[in-house]
Design a protein. Structure first.
Lengths: 248, 248
DNA sequence: GGATCTTTGTGCGATACCGCACATAGCCAA
DNA sequence: TTGGCTATGTGCGGTATCGCACAAAGATCC
């Protein structure tokens, strides 16, 4: 059912009719590593649909400590708050793996979101997956070791990439997980000794994905299963509504 | 702008026209302390609008450890997942303070949600507040001491109640915060010594609210401010759309 | 090739929290 | 009153993580 095999999965899964109105408005932009797509509290006016980049939603506290709230890749979108009636983002969004994304003015997308039930259904379904991810992240933050969290994080990132390698310093990972850099060094060292990953100055290669999954906490599977479940249901639904687009 | 001074704020803030279709469907139910309104993973078919109870959304892990994801009171609703295209809740929901709630079949409310832009706007706005709360909870879990989290938790609960007293054992609070009961005992003892609260076998009386706020982390204010901001904007919007209800 | 910067590795004391065991105290019911 | 239950208080050793300081190893640039 993918109308657009390339590109963002959320957009690609839309039926033709919805597609036709939204696609002309899209512009492809490059998102370099480390770019702050949204700053916390700033008024923003664009929504983004990642194509091959990964972006982390990060909460930064007064004392400078941070915590990752969720990860967004080609399966989703950024700027949800603008659809929900805010005009600013509560968290900041940082590019974690460089790549490109479609973007369009949030008011344009909000209009389609309001008028087109198919667009709405897609976005709401993604919202549900996002909720699941956030809840799991919160619980994982609370209860699991740095090593387990690192495994989860690597796996979630890997799912959103094509290859087996990510470009990412331990310092950045530490920021995402909200732990010390040394803690990441330690955990990564152990995974490396076990032959699960190879780490070399900002480049991580996953050697044994199944091993990572075994060493990981349950959190990864929960998030992945929910995302898969919603995506599958998504495609099934559109098989029947393809011609029944009832946009105002 | 409150059409229903009593009851749930999310419903009360709806314009008359939306109200008229939804209110006849509501039934008031009692929610006793400790009741599990939703079980994780179960298929559910009701949504709830708390009137004077407080319900915690809780994530319980395989090993039995738990973490609170969010708190819902008369400002919001439960069962969001059913509007977002799931038919089950990913987390469980536990009544933390007994009281009553309106409820109606989720399919009925989903129908109104889909057809009535005013209902939709209200719910989405609440979703935004919920996102903020979840993000803050995740970060707070990661970085703040038990004592700070306890302060936050007490304040959030207090905001959703009328009096200054909550009925709640330390054991339950520990479950919500995802920490040991002894940790809560310790923190509560200190707050008591400082004269901020009084604790007596399952009854907490807040003696010095301002003191709690001072001792708390920033997390409380952030959540509260966002909720207030959205609520205020909410009421303003309906001043203009009261007569422009464009439900299909 | 050498200086410099960034990234990663390591060690050490401090601390917050955990897990457990057990003591105390308020509440209730026989 | 007595006994039993539940809720709270306390102590102790273990552990994960923190914060800091500094060393080592790649990378980069002149």
């Amino acid at each position: 059912m993918k109308n657009h095999p390339e590109g963002n999965e959320l957009l690609a899964a839309l039926p033709q009719s919805s597609h036709a109105r939204i696609f002309p408005l899209l512009r492809e932009v490059d998102l370099p590593l480390g770019k702050e797509v949204y700053a916390a509290g700033q008024v923003e006016n664009m929504v983004y649909f990642p194509i091959d980049c990964i972006v982390s939603l990060l909460y930064v506290m007064d004392d400078g400590h941070s915590a990752e709230i969720a990860v967004v890749g080609r399966e989703g979108m950024m700027g949800i708050a603008m659809l929900l009636g805010g005009n600013s983002m509560p968290n900041c969004a940082i590019v974690q793996s460089a790549g490109s994304a479609y973007r369009l003015p949030s008011t344009d997308f909000k209009r389609e979101f309001d008028r087109d039930p198919n667009v709405r259904m897609s976005v709401l379904r993604y919202l549900q997956a996002l909720f699941t991810q956030m809840a799991q992240t919160a619980a994982c933050n609370r209860h699991h070791s740095i090593e387990q969290q690192l495994c989860r994080w690597l796996l979630l990132s890997l799912d959103r990439l094509n290859g087996q390698e990510l470009t990412m310093t331990q310092e950045l990972i530490a920021n995402m997980l909200g732990v010390r850099r040394e803690g990441v060094t330690h955990a990564a060292g152990r995974l490396q000794k076990l032959g699960l990953i190879r780490y070399q100055r900002g480049h991580i290669t996953v050697l044994d994905r199944a091993g990572l999954e075994r060493r990981c906490c349950e959190c990864y599977q929960v998030v992945k299963d929910e995302a898969d479940r919603l995506a599958a249901r998504h495609e099934r639904l559109f098989e029947f509504t393809e011609s029944a687009d009832s946009a105002a």
